[in-house]
Design a protein around this ligand. Sequence first.
Ligand code: NAI
Length: 465
Amino acid sequence: MPNQFDLIVLGGGPAGYVCAIRAAQLGLATAVVEKDKLGGVCVNIGCIPTKALLHSAYVANLVAHDAKELGVDVGGIKTDYGVAMRRSRKVSEQNSKGVEFLMKKHKITVVKGAGTLAKNRTVQVGKDEYQAGKAVVIATGSRVKGIPQIGLEIDKTSVISSDEALFLEQAPKTLAVVGAGAVGCEFADVFNAFGSKVTLIEALPRILPLEDAESSDVLTKSFKKRGIAVFAGAQVKKATVAKDKVTLAVETGGKTERVEVEKVLMAAGRAVNTEGMGFAEAGVQLTDRGFVRVNPGTLETTAPGVYCIGDVAGPPMLAHKGSREGVFVAELVAGHAPHPIKYDNVPSVTYCHPEVASIGVTEEQAKERKLDYQVGRFPFSANGRARTAGETEGFVKIIRDKKYGEILGAHIVGSHASEIIHELTVARENEYTVEEVDLAIHAHPTLSEAIAEAALDSMGRVMHI
Ligand code: NAI
């Protein structure tokens, strides 16, 4: 039978396509159903193109503010968002083609079209029916959302989302970003570097509210220094959208501020894709919050043989969390005993400048949970490598268990935080202590030395400060 597979994945994003690769590696006949480009939001309108734009933003800031001091005077600078945008599209296309190649390499069938789930692990795509002998895996992801209740419906012109921001030909003169999670902070950084006057508005008391308060503080100061207006603890009460401008009434510190901008970028969270795909009919139930309900130990939904991974299975909505779930389900379905997913050990990274990365608990959470902890810190201003690059903003902070020295949480703000956090991810995964982190010899001069120093500081033995 031509349309018979062992495993069918609905959705070809980083959760779905990684699941398919692992399943194929384990000998399962595998198909991926995708209605758009392979790679999903991450590759096409998410992680990859934004990181390309953030690199352009980094270069713009470097040339504008630091190059002369480094002995490289390039004269006046002129930025062009359209050029950066088109480069980011090329990078994105390369990555999507890369996923196509991987599907071919692993002999995975890619079915182009919108899939609908039916009973007994059947997937309908147009007139064709596909049958999964072992499992169907839902990996349908998430999408941007507006706040229509206050007049902030995404109209794709004045009120935009990251989807549209990634395709603008030029940076708006003025921009309000509503929501200061990862999306909001990353785009505030990008458009500020490309000359927009940016106002960042966050309802909770501080930007990146899920990060450690010290990380938020450093980023707030850095953003303000670069001219981004930061309103935290601020509520957009009303938005009035006129031709070519949006007026926001923002309640902050007991007063109402009027913010008039060319465009508003909505970055106040995402909605999951669960509608119109036959989930209820196939017996797949949702949680009260609208995610697909899964058994946390197996990621199986309420329909036997139907699994769910990635954003649609619940937070954190992160590509790497989805990919890991994909590997887990593929191994489970193939009859292996996969390594359990440790949801408290998923690194979080915001790629603005300075970068913000973390793993494990924040100090606030350590207090709330009444953990017996000790904090160690090391600022990049005292790190040789950071000084050589002239990038001395930020710090490494390690929260360790007082008695055993195990790493409960780690927070890094600074250059390359997204890369060096993984030393602490490996340490936590293997339950290394701060002492063991320091015992591993760190090359000199490197940013990673700040991690060893923060580990030492937590034991009262810091050296270079
Ligand atoms: P988010 O949920 O992380 O942040 C949204 C922020 O908007 C929150 O801080 C929230 O308090 C605030 N907010 C909500 N309503 C508001 C209002 N009316 N006025 C002002 N502020 C308001 O969502 P975000 O940033 O849109 O990202 C969506 C998902 O994608 C998240 O799970 C995020 O972690 C993930 N993502 C991850 C990235 C990364 O790892 N670098 C990059 C982009 C997205």
